[in-house]
Design a protein around this ligand. Structure first.
Ligand SMILES: NC(=O)c1ccc[n+]([C@@H]2O[C@H](COP(=O)([O-])OP(=O)(O)OC[C@H]3O[C@@H](n4cnc5c(N)ncnc54)[C@H](OP(=O)(O)O)[C@@H]3O)[C@@H](O)[C@H]2O)c1
Length: 129
C-alpha cells in the first residue's frame, strides 16, 4: 500500500489503526491522518515524531470549506500517484446502542452528520482528485 487517508486518528479506532499499520512489515509510504485539533492529539503527534510517513492534517469534517485545503495538502505529497486507500473512520460512536439510552437531540445530530455526507464527502473528493 502506497498511501492511505484515515480520518479521526487522535483517538479510538482511528489511532489504533494507525498503530497497526505502523507495525506491518511494510507500512504505507504515506499515512495521512486527520484530527480536529493537533494540540489535543498528543499520542498521534508523538507517533509522527518517530515515523516520518505520518502526515497529520487538521480538519473538522463538518466544515466543507476546509476540503479544498485537505485535497491540496495530500496532492502536495502524493503528486501524480494519487491516494490508494480511504478509511472513513471519523464519526460518532454512541456510548450505548440500547434504544432506551438514545436521546432525541443526540440521535438527530448523529443522523445529520453520518448520513448527510458530512464525514464522507470531503475524503471522497480526495479520492477523485
Ligand atoms: N467503537 C465501536 O464499537 C463502533 C461500532 C460501530 C461503528 N463505529 C464507528 O467507528 C468510528 C470510530 O469509532 P470510535 O469508537 O473510535 O469513536 P471515537 O473514539 O469516538 O473517535 C471518533 C473519532 O472521530 C473524530 N470525529 C468525530 N467527529 C468529527 C468531525 N466532525 N470532524 C473530524 N473528526 C471527527 C473524533 O475526533 P475528536 O476527538 O475531535 O472528537 C475521533 O477522532 C466511528 O465512525 C463510529 O461510528 C464504532
Amino acid at each position: 500500500m502506497n498511501s492511505i487517508l484515515i480520518t479521526g486518528c487522535n483517538r479510538g479506532l482511528g489511532l489504533g489503526l494507525v498503530k497497526a499499520l505502523l507495525n506491518l512489515p511494510q507500512p504505507p509510504q504515506h499515512l495521512f491522518t486527520t484530527c480536529r485539533n493537533r494540540e489535543q492529539a498528543k499520542e498521534l503527534e508523538d507517533l509522527a515524531k518517530k515515523h516520518s510517513n505520518i502526515h497529520i492534517l487538521e480538519i473538522d469534517l463538518r466544515n466543507f470549506d476546509a476540503y479544498d485545503k485537505l485535497v491540496a495538502d495530500i496532492e502536495g505529497v502524493t503528486k501524480d500517484q494519487g491516494l490508494n486507500v480511504l478509511f472513513n473512520n471519523a464519526g460518532i460512536a454512541p456510548k450505548s446502542a440500547r434504544i432506551t439510552a438514545v436521546r432525541s437531540q443526540g440521535a438527530a445530530r448523529h443522523l445529520a452528520d453520518q448520513h448527510s455526507g458530512a464525514y464522507h464527502a470531503g475524503p471522497r473528493r480526495v479520492c477523485r482528485s
